[in-house]
Design a binder for this molecule. Structure first.
Ligand code: MCA
Ligand code: AMP
Length: 502
């Protein structure tokens, strides 16, 4: 048995001197050098006792070394668990405990020592420049490593996605989920070895890690690897790139800059947007300024990419295009599950080789969302229009998306409800010019008189990643409820719609 994901993405490039990564300062790493580094990492993981099927958590800044940890995991059959660098130790604690990770490589290893000690996890440090205890240890390891045999349905990664109950769920993605989707996207978006992708996304989510990176690897293309999205760097490097992938905030920030013109984007053949709704207005303004039509696509952590606007053919503003080859998509009645006719709004369900195999250790949650026949209930609401394009109109799940990061209100409400003086709370997403949405917390005091907004803000800051922290807390006498007793968040959104813009 071979290791198809490793062979297809990485192994096939052994000995290839072509640049894989280029950095803002002009430095480069070839495919071959990258693979040798990955092999050293794989040997280091093996020496530490990590075996195929074990989990390795990584919470590090973006670097070539960070990416090589992904390659080393694929090569050795270890399941990669990438974590947002914004997560606080309390949040990381949950991921380590739930996944049973055996090793944690962290940028902030010092503050994570207690977490590692409690869970008996091997802890390594990796700084933003890729240096640290893990890389040092690997320096003397062999740069050859025979890939561990893996089948298509073996697990490659756990990506945690928050849940409506407040507990994050580990979406289990197989080798085949990742490979099939990347192959489909290379064809759909016409990537070739002539492409240079301007990579400004984080590499702890599907978008930057699997969509962007896997496509480049499969096509034997190159990436300009920026530590993060920064408007000045993007304008400086656009002339060297052929494509860029981003969340809508990337595009609104570019539009806010007078350097965005047809000339400055002339070298780009493809701009892709996803992870959150791209306003039709943004699409149209971008096209008016540059002559380039942003290609919007729709995906999820659990499913990789599901739909895309066409490469050739109209990229219609406000739509996410059509299902990718091999992906089935249907609109169903949320109550009965019956398939609805085109034009009718319902819940979006998808099936295909891209769809994950379930949530780690959560068989009931898996059963609720992943039907026996393989269709996954996305929680998004939409319809298929008369030209076959999918339009997303809302969500059947209580979810906020800020700058492409998902935030589940329940997680924040559980903390707010626990604070002294708080009777109950509701967390809502309100429009935000830069991030699309931002978080507002609504609090109802109890009779104790103990509610202290400053203390609550401090508690939230200590336990939640910055992007999840409410930009504003509002105190009200009571929450609006419907006849069933359910909090009417739509009314709260209408009332406090402008509260989160600061
Ligand atoms: C940073 N902040 C945020 C966010 N990012 N707040 C809310 N939402 C965010 N996304 C905080 C910072 O901590 C900071 O707080 C303040 O907001 C302003 O930060 P700023 O410097 O402006 O932000 P930035 O560092 O420039 O980051 C914004 C960003 C970044 C470039 C939009 O968030 C980003 O790269 N987002 C991409 C996310 C992504 O890859 N999503 C894909 C998920 P303070 O100043 O007070 O400290 S995968 C997915 O969804 C599916 C599968 C799919 O379809 O792709
Ligand atoms: P995540 O759980 O981070 O993978 O986020 C997936 C969610 O992001 C989807 O269920 C959608 O609600 C949203 N999403 C992703 N791409 C788009 C898009 N192009 N338009 C609207 N929503 C999107």
């Amino acid at each position: 048995m071979s290791n198809l994901l490793y062979d297809s993405l990485f192994g096939c490039h052994a000995g290839d001197d072509k640049p894989f990564l280029t950095f803002a300062d002009g430095g480069q790493i070839s495919y071959d050098a990258f693979l040798r580094m990955a092999s050293r990492f794989a040997n280091t993981m093996k020496a530490a006792g990590l075996m195929a099927g074990d989990r390795l958590a990584v919470q590090v800044e973006k670097s070539a070394e960070a990416l090589a940890v992904y390659a080393a995991c694929v090569q050795s059959g270890v399941i990669l668990l990438p974590l947002n660098t914004a997560y606080k130790p309390a949040e990381v604690d949950y991921f380590i405990s739930d996944s049973g990770a055996r090793m944690l490589i962290a940028g902030d290893a010092e503050n994570l020592q207690p977490v590692a000690a409690v869970h008996d996890v091997i802890l390594h440090h990796m700084a933003a420049d890729g240096s640290g205890s893990f890389t040092s240890l690997a320096a003397t390891a062999s740069d050859q490593f025979a890939p561990v045999a893996r089948a298509g349905n073996d697990l490659a990664a756990f990506l945690y996605t928050s849940g409506t109950t407040g507990r994050s769920k580990g979406a289990m993605l197989t080798q085949n989920n990742l490979l099939s989707n990347a192959q489909t996207l290379v064809d759909a978006w016409r990537f070739t070895e002539d492409d240079v992708l301007l990579h400004a996304l984080p590499i702890f989510h599907t978008h930057g890690l699997f969509v962007a990176t896997n496509i480049i690897l499969l096509a034997r293309a190159s990436m300009i690897f920026l530590p993060k999205f920064d408007v000045d760097s993007v304008f400086a490097l656009l002339p060297q790139a052929t494509s860029m992938m981003g969340v809508p905030t990337f595009y609104t920030r570019l539009l806010d800059d007078e350097r965005l013109t047809a000339d400055s984007t002339r070298h780009i053949r493809l701009f892709v947007s996803g992870s959150a709704p791209l306003l039709a207005e943004t699409h149209l303004q971008f096209s008016a300024r540059t002559g380039q039509q942003i290609l919007e696509r729709y995906g999820m952590t659990e499913t990789n990419m599901n739909t895309t606007n066409p490469y050739d053919g109209p990229r219609r503003a406000g739509t996410v295009g059509m299902p990718l080859a091999g992906v089935e998509l249907k609109i169903t009645d949320p109550e009965t599950g019956a398939t609805l006719e085109n034009g009718t709004i319902g819940q979006i369900e998808v099936r295909g080789p891209n769809v994950f195999v379930g949530y780690w250790n959560m068989p009931e949650k898996t059963r609720e969302e992943l039907r026996e026949d393989g269709f996954f209930i996305t929680g998004d609401l939409g319809f298929i229009d008369d030209q076959g394009y999918v339009q997303i109109v809302g969500r059947n799940k209580d979810l906020i998306i800020a700058g492409g990061y998902n935030i589940y209100p329940k997680e924040i409400e559980l903390i707010l409800d626990d604070q002294p003086g708080v009777l109950e709370s509701a967390v809502i997403g309100v429009p935000h010019a830069d991030f699309g949405e931002s978080v507002v917390g609504i609090l109802v005091p109890d009779d104790s008189g103990l509610l202290d907004l400053e203390k609550i803000t401090e508690t939230l800051a200590a336990s939640l990643a910055k992007f999840k922290q409410p930009r504003k807390l509002v105190v009200v006498d009571a929450l609006p409820r419907n006849a069933m007793g359910k909090v009417q968040k739509n009314i709260l959104r209408d009332t406090y719609g402008s509260a989160g813009s600061a």
